[in-house]
Design a protein around this ligand. Structure first.
Ligand SMILES: C[S@@+](CC[C@H](N)C(=O)[O-])C[C@H]1O[C@@H](n2cnc3c(N)ncnc32)[C@H](O)[C@@H]1O
Length: 250
C-alpha cells in the first residue's frame, strides 16, 4: 500500500472510495449513508449510458460542489477525458486532491470556488454538468442553476432534496389578475450549521418542489427536462421522492 493510500485510510470519509489495494475508505456513521451514494451513482450511470457512448475521451465534465470527489472520481474512471470538480470548502478540495492522487486520475482537476462565481470564460463549457446535493443548500438556487446552464454544452443532471409543492392560483395584485403557481420553495434554516462539511455556506436555504425545479430548468434554457427513474431498492429518500434527480438537455 502506498503512503498516500495509508493517509486516505487513516481518516473517515463521506464516501466509500475503493482504493488501489482493494480497501475502501471508512465512512461516517459506519456506512449509514453509503446507499444514497450508490443509488445516485446507479441513476447517473443509467442516464450517462443512454446519452453518451463508451468513447468518452473527448468529453469534459464539471462536478459542481464536488465535496471529496465521489462523482468526479466516478466520471474520471468512467472515461470522461477531462473532469473538473469545484467546491467552496478548502478541506474538500484537499481531500478530493488526495483521492485523485491515490487513484492516479491525472485528468481530474479540483478547484476551490463558490459555484456562483464560475463563468464560462474561466471554468469552460462542459458536455456534462453535475449539480448534486447542492441547490437545497443555497439562498440563490435559481442563480446556481443559471450558472450550471451557462457551463453546459449537452447534459446537466441536478440532484436535490425537494419539498412538497403548493398548487393553485394567486390573486397577483388584484382579483382581476390571477396567476397559477408554477411550484414552490421551502425555507430551511442552516444558519447554525454553516461549519458543517455538507452544509450551506450562508445558512439560508431555499429548497424547491420538484415542479419548481423542472419549471425553472425549462425556463432558463434547457430544451428538455426529465425526472429520472429510481431503482426500487434505492435509497429511501429517492424512492419516496423526497429527493429527485432531474436531467436537463441543452
Ligand atoms: C451535501 S454536500 C453534496 C456533495 C456532493 N455533490 C454530493 O452530492 O455527494 C454539499 C456540498 O456543497 C458544497 N457547497 C455548499 N455551498 C456551496 C457553494 N456556494 N459553492 C460551492 N460549493 C458549495 C459543500 O461544501 C458540500 O461539499
Amino acid at each position: 500500500m502506498s503512503d498516500l493510500e495509508a493517509q486516505a485510510l487513516g481518516k473517515t470519509w463521506f464516501y466509500p472510495f475503493r482504493l488501489p489495494s482493494g480497501r475502501t475508505t471508512p465512512t461516517y456513521d459506519g456506512g449509514a449513508l453509503d446507499l444514497i451514494h450508490a443509488t445516485r451513482t446507479q441513476m447517473l450511470d443509467s442516464a450517462l449510458n443512454t446519452e453518451f457512448s463508451d468513447a468518452r475521451g473527448g468529453l469534459s465534465a464539471l462536478d459542481m460542489a464536488c465535496h471529496q470527489g465521489w462523482f468526479s472520481a466516478h466520471l474520471a474512471q468512467s472515461g470522461f477525458g477531462s473532469v473538473t470538480g469545484v467546491d467552496a470548502r478548502a478541506e474538500h478540495v484537499e481531500d478530493a486532491g488526495l483521492i485523485r492522487d491515490v487513484l492516479g486520475l491525472d485528468h481530474w482537476q479540483v478547484v476551490q470556488s463558490d459555484i456562483h462565481d464560475l463563468t464560462p470564460a474561466q471554468a469552460g463549457i462542459h458536455d456534462l454538468v453535475l449539480c448534486f446535493g447542492l441547490i437545497y443548500h443555497l439562498e440563490n438556487p435559481v442563480g446556481a442553476l443559471r450558472v450550471a446552464r451557462s457551463l453546459c454544452r449537452r447534459l446537466c443532471v441536478v440532484e436535490t432534496q425537494v419539498v412538497p409543492g403548493l398548487t393553485g392560483w394567486v390573486d397577483y395584485g388584484s382579483y382581476r389578475f390571477v396567476r397559477p403557481l408554477k411550484g414552490s420553495f421551502g425555507i430551511i434554516d442552516e444558519t447554525g450549521e454553516t461549519h458543517g462539511p455538507e452544509a450551506s455556506t450562508t445558512g439560508i436555504c431555499l429548497v424547491p418542489s420538484v415542479e419548481a425545479l423542472v419549471w425553472i430548468m425549462q425556463r432558463i434554457g434547457f430544451s428538455r427536462v426529465e425526472v429520472l427513474p429510481v431503482p426500487d431498492d434505492g435509497y429511501e429518500q429517492l424512492v419516496h421522492r423526497k429527493r429527485v434527480m432531474v436531467a436537463g438537455w441543452v
